[in-house]
Design a protein around this ligand. Structure first.
Ligand SMILES: Cc1cc2nc3c(=O)[nH]c(=O)nc-3n(C[C@H](O)[C@H](O)[C@H](O)COP(=O)(O)OP(=O)(O)OC[C@H]3O[C@@H](n4cnc5c(N)ncnc54)[C@H](O)[C@@H]3O)c2cc1C
Length: 303
């Protein structure tokens, strides 16, 4: 049985049983044996803060950081495979990720301070289900999927169907094992994050990612996707704006119209301590317009 030290800011961690399996098989056996009476612990940057703030207590924590099958970054033909426990900073610094999908490096470089980025995992950032997650918009725009493994079953879920509400995902007592990102040759992406003025690496007020593959012959774009953070109960695709852009070159008038659609029709922001709904809507317009203009320019993508 473990218990954390006392923090003057956040209070004491409640007692919990602590398990640290060293293989995926051991992890799945422990999950089955504990039958839902556990919480997966990855980097702990969300979970331990929540526990100290008494926003959740768990009788047992299953620490997955020592499971080798959940670690590592590799390429499988045209797909990039990210283990669930790879830290967000390791993804941001990976030459392979930079070469295949630089837009993901761009977003994860901005996730938290260096200390947070060195603990926070890509699996934890998605499983936590925050509408303001920094990894979600680029991964949605890239068309990523996640592998979930549970009691005697496993399934692949497109990220489009993964988030179902604030802090809610489709995970049902399962482990997120891997994130798969298709990396189309010639694809261009850009991520913009609007954070608090004195702490750009903090949780975003609004974020936007755009990804597409230019079709050299027609000047139109294939797979042009727009994703938004912190302007709806979950990270979202701006599908109405995407539809407006389908099959057409990114001309300035059309870009302006699509950005306005993303702000007025796709985004469903609320007002909270980080910003008002009206401000967020206006910032969606600004960020989406800038991102579309940026990928339309003749440069090889974001770095
Ligand atoms: C000071 C501070 C600044 C931050 N700034 C940012 C920021 O700028 N941008 C941003 O996006 N986030 C930010 N965060 C939030 C946080 O760092 C991220 O959400 C982080 O990526 C969570 O990953 P973790 O490995 O720490 O998850 P944990 O805290 O270990 O887990 C989070 C949740 O996911 C579940 N979980 C974790 N891994 C798995 C898995 N493989 N399968 C199933 N369930 C799993 C856990 O059970 C838990 O419910 C910040 C946090 C702090 C404290």
């Amino acid at each position: 049985m473990f218990c954390g030290t006392k923090s003057p800011m956040l209070g004491r961690l409640p007692f919990f049983d602590y398990y640290r399996p060293t293989t995926l098989a051991e992890t799945l056996t422990a999950m089955e044996r504990l039958d839902g009476n556990l919480c997966v612990l990855a980097g702990g940057t969300d979970l331990l803060v929540a526990m100290k703030e008494r926003r959740g207590t768990h009788p047992a924590l299953l620490d997955i950081k020592a499971v080798p099958e959940l670690a590592g970054i590799r390429a499988d033909n045209g797909t990039l495979c990210l283990g669930a426990t790879v830290t967000t900073r390791a993804v941001a610094a990976s030459p392979l990720v930079r070469e295949r999908v630089p837009v993901l490096c761009q977003s994860l470089k901005l996730l938290g301070s260096m200390q947070i980025g060195n603990r926070a995992t890509i699996g934890g950032n998605l499983s936590n289900g925050s509408p303001a997650s920094d990894s979600a918009p680029p991964l949605l725009a890239l068309g990523a999927s996640v592998k979930l493994v549970g009691k005697a079953k496993e399934r692949w879920v497109p990220l489009d169907n993964f988030f179902i509400g604030p802090k809610k995902t489709v995970i049902e007592g399962e482990l997120l094992v891997e994130v798969r990102v298709p990396a189309s040759p010639g694809g261009r992406g850009i991520f913009y994050k609007l954070g608090p003025r004195n702490a750009p690496e903090d949780i975003c007020i609004v974020s936007a990612a755009v990804y597409g593959v230019p079709d050299g012959e027609t000047g139109a774009w294939k797979e042009l996707r727009i994703a938004l953070g912190a302007v709806a109960p979950t990270p979202i695709r701006a599908r109405i704006a995407e539809e407006r852009l389908k099959g057409q070159p990114l001309e300035p008038k059309l870009v302006d119209e699509a950005a306005r659609i993303a702000a007025d029709k796709d985004a469903q922001p609320i007002s909270d301590i980080r910003g008002s709904a009206d401000y967020r809507r206006e910032m969606v317009y600004v960020l989406v317009k800038r991102a579309l203009e940026q990928i339309a320019r003749d440069n090889p993508g974001a770095t």
